[in-house]
Design a protein around this ligand. Structure first.
Ligand SMILES: NC(=O)c1ccc[n+]([C@@H]2O[C@H](COP(=O)([O-])OP(=O)(O)OC[C@H]3O[C@@H](n4cnc5c(N)ncnc54)[C@H](O)[C@@H]3O)[C@@H](O)[C@H]2O)c1
Length: 331
C-alpha cells in the first residue's frame, strides 16, 4: 500500500533520527527534526550532514531542521529518537506542544534507571491520551542512512496505529512488521545492548567465534526468560526485535556497546571505555536488567557477570570462567 503524506516530527538529530529523516523525505513525508543542541542543527544546515553522528550521509534539503521544540506541534507522528537516558526529560519538554491526536513512536532502547520502566511506559506516562507505538529491530543508522535494506518491528496495543506506522515508513529500503507484543519488542531492544557489551568483552579478550555464539545464544535465553516473566510472548524473541537485534548488535563495529566491550576486554576501565565511546546504553541497562531479574525472580547469569565486570571490579577473564564453571545443566 502506498503511504499518504504524513507530518512527522523527529525528536533527536543523532544517527538514528537523521537516518529516519532520510527515509521520511524519500517517502515524501513532511519531516521536521528537532535537536536540543543548536550546534547540531547549525552543522547540518551548513554542511548538509552530521559527520560526528552519521558521516557521509547527506540529509535531504526537504528535511526541516530546528532547535525549537514547539515545531513538533500539529504532527501525525512524533518519533522519539533520543538516547533512553533523556527520553523522559525531552518528552516533558515537548508535552505542551504535542497534539493529543499525534501517535508517539518510541525508538529508544533502554530501561529507566530507578523506576525500571520501559521507554513506552515513560512516554505513556507523559502523554496519557496519545496512542503509543514502539519501533525496534536490527537497524544500524549508518546502513539505513545509506539505503541498505533493513527490516524492523513496530509494536503497539493499537494495531491500527501500528499498521499506519508500517505503511508510513515502508519502502524498498525499510520494511516494517507489525507486532502486538510491546513488552517483548522493548525488552529485546534494551537488553541486547548488554549482551553486545559482553560480546565485545569476549572479542577484546581475544576469544573466538565459539565463545561469542555461546554468549549470544545463552544471552537470548536470558532475555527471553526475563521478557516472558514480564508478560512478553516467547516468540517475539526469535523475531526481528529479539534475535535480529541481538545478532546485529553483537557482531558489528557500528555498535557502540560492542566497541565499549572490546575496550573493556582489552583492559580499559569500564567508566573510561564508556566515556571514550559516548552513548553506551548497555552500561546503565546492565544494572537495570539485573534489578529487573531480581524483581521478577529470573536467573540471568550472564547479566550478573557483566555487572560484576562493569561495577564490581571483576576481571573479564574470571567473569567468563565463572560462567563456564557454573553447575552443569540442561539446555
Ligand atoms: N543509532 C542507531 O543505529 C539506532 C538504531 C535504532 C535505535 N536507536 C535508538 O535511538 C536512540 C537514539 O540513538 P542515536 O544513535 O541517534 O543516539 P545519539 O547518541 O546519536 O543521540 C541522539 C540525539 O539525541 C539528542 N540528545 C542527546 N542528549 C540529549 C539530551 N541530554 N537532551 C536532549 N537531547 C539529547 C541529540 O540531538 C543527539 O544527537 C537510542 O535510544 C538508540 O538505542 C539507535
Amino acid at each position: 500500500m502506498q503511504s499518504q503524506m504524513k507530518k512527522i516530527a523527529i525528536l533527536g538529530s543523532g544517527g538514528w533520527g537523521l537516518a529516519l529523516a532520510c527515509v521520511c523525505a524519500r517517502l515524501g513525508h513532511e519531516v521536521t527534526v528537532w535537536s536540543a543542541f543548536k550546534d547540531e542543527i547549525d552543522t547540518i544546515k551548513r554542511t548538509g550532514e552530521l559527520r560526528a553522528k552519521l558521516p557521509g550521509v547527506q540529509i535531504p534539503k526537504e528535511v526541516k531542521l530546528t532547535d525549537d521544540i514547539s515545531e513538533s506541534a500539529g504532527k501525525d507522528i512524533v518519533l522519539v529518537g533520543i538516547p533512553s537516558k533523556f527520553v523522559r526529560s525531552v518528552c516533558l519538554q515537548a508535552k505542551p506542544y504535542i497534539d493529543k491526536s499525534s501517535i508517539i513512536l518510541s525508538s529508544a532502547k533502554g530501561i529507566e534507571d530507578g523506576s525500571l520502566k520501559r521507554m513506552s511506559e515513560i512516554v505513556s506516562e507523559v502523554f496519557p491520551e496519545n496512542i503509543i507505538a514502539v519501533l525496534s529491530g536490527p537497524s544500524h543508522a549508518e546502513e539505513l542512512g545509506r539505503g541498505m535494506p533493513t527490516a524492523v518491528s513496530v509494536a503497539s496495543v493499537d494495531l491500527d496505529a501500528a499498521r499506519l506506522i508500517q505503511h508510513t515508513f515502508s519502502d524498498d529500503v525499510l520494511r516494517l512488521y507489525v507486532n502486538s507484543d510491546v513488552i517483548g519488542c522493548e525488552i529485546g531492544g534494551a537488553v541486547k545492548n548488554v549482551i553486545a557489551l559482553c560480546c565485545g568483552v569476549i572479542e577484546g579478550l581475544g576469544y573466538g567465534d565459539n565463545t561469542k555464539a555461546a554468549l549470544m545464544t545463552r544471552g537470548l535465553s536470558e532475555i527471553t526468560r526475563l521478557g516472558v516473566a514480564m508478560g512478553a510472548k516467547a516468540d517475539t524473541f526469535f523475531g526481528l526485535a529479539g534475535m535480529g537485534d541481538l545478532v546485529v548488535t553483537c557482531t558489528s563495529m557500528h555498535s557502540r556497546n560492542y566497541r565499549a566491550g572490546i575496550l573493556i576486554g582489552q583492559g580499559t576501565k569500564p567508566e573510561t571505555a564508556v566515556q571514550m565511546i559516548g552513548t553506551v546504553e548497555g552500561y546503565a541497562c546492565a544494572e537495570a536488567t539485573k534489578k529487573l531479574s531480581e524483581k521478577y525472580g529470573v536467573d540471568m547469569p550472564i547479566i550478573n557477570e557483566i555487572n560484576a565486570i562493569l561495577f564490581g571490579g571483576k576481571s573479564p577473564k574470571s567473569a567468563i570462567s565463572s560462567l563456564m564453571l557454573r553447575p552443569h545443566s540442561f539446555e
